[in-house]
Design a binder for this molecule. Structure first.
Ligand code: ZN
Length: 153
């Protein structure tokens, strides 16, 4: 178990120190801003569509290690997916980090890939907001571009 824990820590730190798809996105089709006032996390998500799929997703902002690593992993996980697939993956991810609802079957955890490294936040309710902030913001960028979302509203 502690080896797995170390591996997870390594994945999180790697994404925190070298966030993937970080920066502005030229010609974005939508964007939204997300705030988590409890922790001070701010994330700005930009999306570019490719037909009905997500072509590219990039993010900017600053936050704690959990929020930054989660946003970084999310940008990789949702590329090429339809909005429905993004929703389904968000639902699975939320179940993973909140521990609410039916436990995820092993194949669903596998499918989450590196994001499974965030499973440990379920023991820290405040941190769940850090982990899901980017996902709420991505949803806003797709549903109501230009929106500002907050974990506290
Ligand atoms: Zn945070």
């Amino acid at each position: 178990m502690s080896e797995l824990h170390d591996l997870y820590q390594e994945i999180l730190l790697d994404h925190y120190k070298r966030p993937r798809n970080f920066g502005p996105l030229l010609g974005a089709d939508g964007d939204a801003e997300g705030h988590n006032p409890l922790c001070g996390d701010r994330v700005h998500v930009h999306v570019k569509l490719d037909g009905d799929r997500l072509g590219e997703v990039r993010f900017e902002g600053s936050g704690c290690a959990i929020s930054t690593a989660s946003a970084s992993m999310m940008t990789e996980a949702v590329r090429g997916q339809t909005k429905a697939e993004v929703e389904a993956r968000f639902a699975r991810f939320r179940t993973l980090v909140t521990g609410e609802g039916a436990a995820l079957p092993p194949e669903a955890v596998d499918e989450l890939g590196e994001m499974a490294a965030l499973a440990g936040v379920r023991a820290f309710p405040m941190r769940v907001k850090c982990a899901t902030l980017a996902w709420h913001t991505l949803r806003a960028a797709l549903d109501s571009p230009g929106a500002v979302v907050s974990t506290e509203s």
